[in-house]
Structures are given as structure tokens and as C-alpha cells.
Design a binder for this molecule. Structure first.
Ligand SMILES: CC(=O)N[C@H]1[C@@H](OP(=O)(O)O)O[C@H](CO)[C@@H](O)[C@@H]1O
Ligand SMILES: [Mg+2]
Length: 563
């Protein structure tokens, strides 16, 4: 192995902490490449980052391409951090490699040396290359958002890559997760010129062209201004950059940022009582929104800006959330309309959701003649399913999603003389969004474009598509999540069997209800989701299920008593 190149203060296992002090690889803890890579308290992350850097270098060498590693813990509290590998296509890491990652990270200090060496040998053998080969295009792009633990972890990733013999490393500090995905994709694509601003330009060039062509010239309901909660994360550095465009003076968009700390306070307040996850979970305004007038369009990103939700309070003072399901529905309405106008019957259109999708959103898609596919939580599961359609719309209810397009679609929208207007609008829409991965900021511009196209206020959007069936979500701290096993769509527990039986009994006592328990892949918690006929009943049912968990595996805090 390339041990000589490893910086002195990193052992081969990568077990050094922030200050350069020795920090042993935790032997008594099992780590898992979860829903979105490894995500743990940042002081546990150094050796993981090192080993992931190593694995990413093997991936890059075996494919002779650029591979990305993003350092982020997204919507998690500031004390956490994480790493995930981005494939040369810009997509999530392949399943087999996730297993390799888990194996490498769980090896102890002595095992790691041996395992790293045998892994390198077998991977290179499979690709038909000599073990030491380092192909020219093998490179690692390391990205990070604004967490203050990130610079150190980026170094650990770089050292890991060096250990895996890849010395070509580019750093993208203060980038959003989706931007790094796009940059990795674009760099690997022959004939696609790219620079650090490529994701921004792609979105805004198409956005301004789209709004120039919108059918309603006299806007009655849509107002081109909104307030964006940046979760005190990396989005605060980027949103206004997207408006830095020559057409902004002709078609001004007025965006006010909130929770946009960029200094030390950013880390202290990152995702704290703000951001897309907070708004979705608590269905309430984030901090700093007290004096916002009713009917004002507001949106929230999460810490690494890959999620987006909208919200407002209506004239009766009721808080209304427009989450990922509502964004998917808005996209579907627009896309179907363009296909209808074009009479393009042979392009398939599909929707992919998870068990957390609001029941009424799935019913809405059925009313459009689309049976939504339900897959397990995590973009890594939604994205590939979405790619089975010519136009695949996928969203997690929490606001993470995008639209994917097939080769047939790209052929269809290819520019030709005298293109009909709906074809141009389809083409522009496909350029506004980041079709490589869900992107909070690109989705924000896509939503704004469509609202303008229909000349809708946020109230129109909330009332003209569907309204949510009441739902509630709870997070329960849980140490050993491995005792839970769910069905592939995650709506039922296979283990512990007895718990599913008790859940069924409670669900049957509520009207129009459903509920499930699922272990989180990103936090040491289990999640409870419930739907029922009223908000109160949904919450009541969720707490009932929490009591079921507590009865079987006592929860370390008091649950509210329920009648
Ligand atoms: C219910 C929920 O919102 N789960 C989130 C959350 O995963 P969990 O495995 O549920 O912790 O974080 C993932 C990564 O951001 C995201 O993809 C997913 O949707
Ligand atoms: Mg995120």
C-alpha cells in the first residue's frame, strides 16, 4: 500500500481526532453505511472519513473517473457530521460498494491493514488492471458544507485517498450536496464543459428563459417574491448567487433570506428550530418568522440545501405546509399538461414515493392515472426506480426529490426549428432542475417557474391540487435499531412480530388510519408515522404506537399519558 504517503498524524486506520490527538477506532460500536452514507457525532467520524477516502480512491481507479465524497450531515444537529460517496454518474454509491464501505469501516486497527490491501487487490484484479495502476482520470472531488468539523474531515478523506494512491484531489468548500453531485457528473461527461458555477448557471439560464415565455403576461396571483429559511446552512451562501443573472433586471425575483448566518453563529444555529426538516416535522414556522404577514410565500432548505418545503399561514392564521409530495404533484400537473398539449402519448410518466408520502398525494396521482411506486426511504432507492420512466418524478415527503429523464425524452425535446411552445417549456423545465439528484435550490426555481406559469399564489397551489390527510411523525431515541426489520416498502414490521400485531390493533381503532414504525438510517432513533381523520387523532395514534415501542423496549423518557 502507499503507506509512505500517509501524513504522519494519520495512522493507516485514520484514527486521529480533530486536534491530532490519538483517537482509537471505536471497537465496541458498529457503523453502517445508512440512508445517506455514514453519519455520526463528528468526533467519531475521522477514521470513517479516512477509510471512505480510501474506498473512493479505489472506485475512482477502477472506473478511471472522478468520484465525489461529500462531507455533510444534512439536517442533523451541528455536532454530527457524515461522509458519502458520489458515483461518477453523480448518483449515490452502488449497493455492493456500500457493503464494502461498511466492512472497511468496521474493521479494527489490525484487520484494516489486511482488509484494505486485499480489497485493493481484488477490485483492481476485477477491472483487469495491475494492483498499483493509477489511471489518468482517477480523481477525488471532496465537497463540504458549512459545519465547522468539516475541514478536518476533508483532510481525513484526502489522506485516505492518498493511502489508496490517488493524489489528484480537488476540494469544494462551502458547496451544497447537490452541487457536488452535479459537478462530479459534469466533469465525467465528455464534451460538457464545467466550472464551479456550472450548476447555478444551468438552472438560472433556463429559469429566466422559462419565465420570459410564461403564458400569463399580466400576473394576477403570482408575486415574484418569497422568503427563504436557509437553516443557517450552506444555502445561505448560494441562493442569491442564483439571482446574479443579466435577466434579473428584466424579470426581477425578490428573495429575502432568513436563518442565513454565515459566521460562527451559523454552526451554533445550524438546523436549530429552522430548516426544511424542522418545518416538516413540527408543521410550524421556523425561528425568525413571527412577523411574516399571512399569505406570504415562504420556503425552507435544509443544512446542505438538498431539501425544500414551502409554507405560509393563511388568512385564518392556519399554518399550511407544502412538502415534497406537494412539489411532486405540482411538477406532475405541469409536465402532464405539456405532454397533453403536445399529444405526446408515448412518453411514459411515473411517480416514486416512500411510505411517508401523504395518503392524499398518492390518491391525487391515481386520479391522474399514475399509480405511484412506493420504495424504501432514501434517494438511493427512489432515483433508480424513477429512471425506469421517460419522465420520472420522485420526492420524499420531507422535500428531497427531482425529476429524471430517459434518452427517449432527451431525443424528444431536442431543439429543432419551429419547436412548439410546450416542447420548449418541457426542455427548459428539464434544465432548471438538477436531474442528477434532488436539489433544494434548483427545485425552488422550478416551483417558482411553475407557479408563475399557472399564475398561482401559494394559496392557489395549496387548494387547487389536493389537501393533506392529517398526519403526525415522532422520533424516539433508540440504541439498537437492528432489532427492527421491515417489509421492503417499510410500511410493516417483520420483526419484532408482536409489535406489528399491536400496531395493527391500534390502527384498526382509528378512522381512515395507517401507521408504521421504522428505524432511521441516519440518526439513533426510530421514526413513527401515523395518518388519521384529524390532526389530533393522527398524533394520538402516533403516541399510541410510541407506547407500543415503549412497552416492548422501554424508552428513556416519559411519554405523554393517553386516555
Ligand atoms: C422520514 C425521513 O424524512 N427520512 C429521511 C432521513 O432518513 P432516515 O433513514 O429516516 O433517518 O434522512 C435521509 C437523508 O437525508 C432522507 O433521505 C430520508 O428521507
Ligand atoms: Mg440534506
Amino acid at each position: 500500500m502507499g503507506s509512505k504517503k500517509v501524513a504522519e498524524n494519520f495512522t493507516r486506520a485514520g484514527n486521529v481526532n480533530f486536534n491530532g490527538n490519538f483517537c482509537p477506532v471505536l471497537q465496541d460500536k458498529k457503523f453502517r453505511y445508512g440512508t445517506a452514507g455514514f453519519r455520526y457525532p463528528n468526533e467519531e467520524m475521522t477514521f470513517i472519513a479516512f477509510r471512505i477516502g480510501f474506498l473512493a480512491s479505489l472506485r475512482a481507479r477502477s472506473l478511471n473517473q472522478v468520484v465525489g465524497v461529500m462531507v455533510t450531515a444534512s439536517h442533523n444537529p451541528t455536532g454530527d457530521n457524515g461522509v458519502k460517496i458520489i458515483e461518477p454518474t453523480g448518483h449515490m454509491l452502488e449497493n455492493d460498494w456500500e457493503h464494502l464501505a461498511t466492512e472497511l469501516v468496521n474493521a479494527n486497527d489490525t484487520e484494516f491493514e489486511e482488509l484494505a490491501s486485499s480489497t485493493e487487490k481484488s477490485i483492481m484484479e476485477k477491472t483487469g488492471l495491475k494492483t498499483e495502476t493509477i489511471p489518468d482520470n482517477a480523481k477525488i472531488f471532496i465537497g463540504s458544507d458549512t459545519r465547522d468539523s468539516s475541514p478536518w474531515l476533508m483532510r481525513a478523506v484526502a489522506r485516505g485517498a492518498e493511502f489508496g494512491r490517488v493524489l489528484k484531489v480537488n476540494e469544494f468548500v462551502n458547496f451544497t450536496t447537490p452541487q457536488l453531485h452535479y459537478i462530479v457528473y459534469a466533469t465525467n461527461k465528455p464534451n460538457l464543459s464545467f466550472d464551479r458555477l456550472a450548476p447555478v448557471r444551468k438552472t438560472t439560464d433556463a429559469f429566466f428563459e422559462f419565465i420570459k415565455r410564461c403564458p400569463s403576461k399580466q400576473l394576477e396571483n403570482y408575486k415574484p417574491s418569497l422568503i427563504v429559511d436557509c437553516a443557517n446552512g450552506v444555502g445561505a451562501l448560494w441562493v442569491l448567487e442564483y439571482l446574479n443573472h443579466p435577466e434579473q433586471k428584466n424579470f426581477p425575483m425578490n428573495i429575502t433570506l432568513k436563518n442565513d448566518a454565515k459566521d460562527a453563529a451559523a454552526n451554533e444555529y445550524l438546523n436549530r428550530d429552522c430548516g426544511a426538516d424542522f418545518v416538516k416535522l413540527w408543521r410550524t414556522f421556523p425561528r425568525g418568522f413571527k412577523n411574516v404577514p399571512s399569505e406570504t410565500r415562504c420556503a425552507a432548505l435544509d443544512g446542505d440545501a438538498d431539501r425544500l418545503v414551502y409554507f405560509y399561514s393563511n388568512n385564518n392564521g392556519v399554518f399550511i405546509l407544502l412538502d415534497g409530495d406537494q412539489i411532486a404533484a405540482l411538477y406532475a400537473k405541469f409536465l402532464i399538461k405539456q405532454l397533453e398539449l403536445l399529444g405526446a402519448k408515448d412518453l411514459s410518466i411515473g411517480v416514486v414515493q416512500t411510505a411517508y408520502a401523504n395518503g392524499n398525494s398518492s390518491r391525487y396521482f391515481r386520479s391522474l392515472g399514475i399509480e405511484p411506486a412506493i420504495v424504501a426511504t432514501g434517494v438511493k432507492n427512489l432515483h433508480p426506480k424513477s429512471e425506469t420512466y421517460d419522465i420520472g418524478i420522485y420526492f420524499e415527503a420531507n422535500g428531497h426529490g427531482t425529476v429524471t429523464f430517459s434518452e427517449k425524452f432527451w431525443d424528444f425535446v431536442k431543439e429543432t426549428p419551429a419547436d412548439p411552445e410546450p416542447k420548449i417549456m418541457l426542455r427548459l423545465f428539464s434544465q432548471i432542475i438538477n436531474d442528477i439528484v434532488g436539489d433544494g435550490i434548483a427545485d425552488l426555481f422550478a416551483v417558482e417557474a411553475i407557479l408563475r406559469y399557472f399564475d398561482w399564489s401559494i394559496g392557489d397551489w395549496a387548494s387547487k391540487i389536493y389537501t393533506d390527510v392529517p398526519s403526525a411523525q415522532l422520533k424516539i431515541p433508540f440504541r439498537d435499531r437492528s432489532i427492527f426489520q421491515t417489509t421492503p416498502d417499510e410500511t410493516r414490521l417483520i420483526k419484532p412480530e408482536v409489535m406489528q400485531k399491536e400496531i395493527d390493533v391500534w390502527v384498526s381503532k382509528f378512522h381512515g388510519a395507517r401507521a408504521f414504525v421504522r428505524p432511521s438510517g441516519t440518526e439513533p432513533i426510530v421514526r413513527i408515522y401515523a395518518e388519521a381523520d384529524t390532526d389530533e387523532n393522527a398524533l394520538h395514534l402516533a403516541y399510541r404506537i410510541a407506547h407500543v415501542v415503549d412497552k416492548n423496549y422501554p424508552i428513556p423518557f416519559e411519554l405523554p399519558e393517553i386516555e
